[in-house]
Design a protein around this ligand. Structure first.
Ligand SMILES: [Zn+2]
Length: 338
């Protein structure tokens, strides 16, 4: 089959790979309805994460189950399913505490930019929809697989509640869906930090009440000005740089909550500075599996439309253009049709 392979920084190609097969009785094979390029794929694409030789790409997926191993009980061939970028047995202690992305049997999905995907631990990883959803819902269902699940975790981990004042740092797809999630959780004021017009418009549509274009110390100062010098109850850090993390902590009120879901690159904390901020910090790879049933329901009932973050759709063969467009911030997120 044809799969997206990263050869070197800025060099992603379609290459021939062996068709996936059932390897374990707990595996399932999925015929992909859609996949996409993730903001986190840009780290290796830009050479900021080193790669050891040609590397298959992609970890966001949804599609039709084609084949299952002998031990799989909860999904059947012909069902439409969504799964997380981290596999989980959904039974170990970490899973039962709701941290399926730290399942003791976790594997990271790494070959989803392809027409067929092998999903280990299918019973604990995949969530089937009731019936095959209509085609127009596929982008939003695909979004639940990572970006919406991650944005939702960001809002949940930052303790967003009815009436909260929320700041979202980062206007990538995860940040934008953090805005949507905070709105769903009843936030009263949602301050989105963005200087990009198209993203600002989508942030507004998803529920942002205010926009801040300043960054770093200036951005944090602006939020303090807007909150009578107190800071926000909840700040969602959706980038992963030192500047964005510092900005997030500075914009939070004493005793407030900072979640961080952008994979930190070069981020360091000074213990003593952190001590006097009084903030709660909670982040990590989002336990998307915890939220999937709820998010799928919200999509199927057309309560939310997270698929709007896909502003570019390409055939899988043109995956390189998807990476280029996201790298240049010409596209928020590229959907790929295998
Ligand atoms: Zn587990």
């Amino acid at each position: 089959m044809k799969a997206a392979v990263l050869y070197a920084p800025y060099d992603v190609r379609i290459d021939e790979r062996a068709d996936p097969k059932i390897e374990q009785p707990t595996d399932a094979l999925i015929r992909m309805s859609a996949t996409c390029v993730c903001g986190s794929d840009l780290w290796p694409y830009r050479g900021e994460n080193p790669i050891k030789g040609p590397t298959t790409m992609g970890h966001e997926y949804c599609g039709i189950v084609e084949e299952i191993g002998g031990a799989v009980k909860s999904v059947k061939p012909g069902q439409f399913v969504v799964g997380s970028f981290a596999t989980s047995d959904n039974t170990c202690p970490n899973c039962r505490y709701g941290y399926q992305s730290s399942c003791i049997h976790r594997e990271w999905m790494t070959m989803a930019q392809a027409p067929v995907l092998r999903v280990p631990l299918a019973d604990g990883t995949l969530v089937p929809t009731p019936g095959v959803p209509s085609n127009d819902l596929v982008p939003s269902l695909l979004a639940t697989s990572d970006v919406l699940g991650t944005g939702w975790f960001a809002a949940d981990a930052a303790n967003v509640k009815s009436g909260s004042t929320v700041v979202v740092v980062g206007d990538g797809a995860v940040g934008l869906l953090g805005v949507l999630s905070a709105k769903q959780m009843g936030a009263e004021r949602i301050i989105a930090m963005s200087r990009h017009e198209k993203r600002q418009t989508l942030a507004r549509e998803f529920g942002a009440t205010d926009l801040v274009t300043e960054r770093g110390d200036e951005g944090a100062k602006r939020v303090l000005d807007m909150t009578k010098g107190i800071g926000a109850d909840s700040v969602l850090e959706c980038v992963g740089t030192q500047e964005s993390m510092t900005q997030a902590i500075q914009a939070t009120r004493k005793g407030g909550y900072v979640s961080y879901v952008g994979v930190p690159h070069g981020v360091e904390f000074k213990g003593e500075e952190l001590f006097y901020t009084h903030v709660h910090l909670h982040g990590g790879p989002a336990p998307v599996r915890r939220y999937l049933p709820k998010l799928i329901d919200l999509v199927l009932s057309r309560t939310i439309n997270p698929g709007k973050v896909f502003d570019l759709t390409l055939p899988l063969e043109e995956v390189a253009e998807g990476y280029r467009a996201m790298d240049a911030r010409r596209a928020i997120k590229a959907l790929l049709r295998p």
